[in-house]
Design a protein around this ligand. Structure first.
Ligand SMILES: *[C@@H]1O[C@H](CO)[C@@H](O)[C@H](O)[C@H]1NC(C)=O
Ligand SMILES: *[C@@H]1O[C@H](CO)[C@@H](O)[C@H](O)[C@H]1NC(C)=O
Ligand SMILES: *[C@@H]1O[C@H](CO)[C@@H](O)[C@H](O)[C@H]1NC(C)=O
Ligand SMILES: *[C@@H]1O[C@H](CO)[C@@H](O)[C@H](O)[C@H]1NC(C)=O
Length: 277
């Protein structure tokens, strides 16, 4: 089984590993990353099974493909480049894709026509929805061409919601998920997740000849403003006195605590994997 995508999919991968590893004795499992951390492999030796994570935040080749250093000033994706990462997905029995957050730049998305090494770059700009549609079409085309539907199940996880603005759920201005301890009770709550993106997913998947199992986790997760890692995460650099005095400023309201919400995503995955109909 291989998870392919961004840090949210990495979270779902880690959740899956946590769910499985407690039933395996210490000598019967291992977890390793390659040098550049683009691939992490959990091995359940007695079962000849691996659960893997492949960092590919746009699925297509991009200038953010370094799994460790990927803060770039201007995100750029290469057109028609899905084989760059796709070559690492071949032969997998269960593929779980995601991609969303990296497309949300608030600007037009830049597509490169040539190579990242070209000195003079030819660039085409797309709106967020157009760009995302290009990615979905590329992914579905790749799956159809390279996967055998009798052998490989393909899953796609929808957008993981953020809680970076309390006003979206009627909280005070300036707040975020920090110090939130209860869920949002309004069953119609949606937040600020991009509905056009959901529509693009629905349209493109309904055209797909290869069956894709969709894990529609967006709304059920949007209630969980209490479930983020918030201030309880590893910080990349020491916090400044100003930050420490104002925890809201460094709370992570994108990623999720484990154990937690993402275990539920995997329960859905489990149910759809073993009981497809
Ligand atoms: C383990 O899995 C690999 C890859 O699917 C396969 O080539 C190999 O034959 C398997 N070994 C056993 C003992 O099942
Ligand atoms: C998949 O399985 C079906 C039914 O067993 C069979 O008719 C079809 O040829 C298989 N397709 C491939 C690509 O092997
Ligand atoms: C956290 O929430 C509690 C309960 O709502 C409130 O009493 C407290 O002042 C909040 N703390 C901060 C630092 O915002
Ligand atoms: C996912 O679920 C939401 C409701 O939670 C629904 O509005 C949306 O249409 C669903 N998306 C797809 C592609 O089925």
């Amino acid at each position: 089984m291989m998870f392919v995508g961004d840090s949210l999919n990495r979270g779902q991968f880690v959740s899956m590993v946590c769910l499985l590893h407690r039933v395996l004795p210490p000598h019967a499992k291992s977890m390793e990353s390659n040098m550049d951390q683009s691939l992490t492999v959990f091995r359940a030796k007695d079962y000849n099974a691996t659960i893997e994570f492949n960092w590919a935040p746009f699925l297509l080749e991009s200038n953010s493909d370094n799994a460790i250093v990927h803060r770039v000033a201007e995100r750029m994706v290469k057109k028609g480049s899905i084989n760059k990462h796709g070559k690492d997905w071949k032969g997998v029995d269960v593929l779980v894709f995601n991609t969303y957050l990296w497309w949300m730049t608030g600007q037009k998305m830049k597509f490169l026509k040539g190579s990242f090494n070209d000195e003079w770059k030819e660039i085409e700009e797309f709106t967020t929805e157009e760009a995302y549609r290009v990615a979905m079409k590329s992914m579905l085309k790749w799956v159809k061409k390279n996967m055998d539907r009798n052998k490989t199940r393909v899953f796609f996880t929808s957008m993981s919601p953020l809680h970076i603005k309390s006003q979206e759920w009627g909280g005070q201005a300036g707040g975020n998920c920090y110090n939130e301890t209860s869920l949002i009770e309004d069953p119609n709550y949606w937040g600020s997740e991009n509905k056009e993106i959901m529509q693009v997913i629905g349209e493109e998947f309904s055209k797909s000849k290869y069956p894709i199992t969709f894990l529609n986790i967006t709304q059920l997760s949007s209630y969980r403003k209490d479930a983020h890692t918030s201030i309880y995460k590893k910080q990349w650099s020491p916090l400044t006195p100003e930050q420490l005095a104002n925890p809201v400023s460094y709370a992570d309201c994108v990623h999720w605590c484990l154990p937690g919400l993402q275990d539920t995503w995997n329960e859905l995955l489990f149910a759809k994997l073993l009981f497809p109909n």
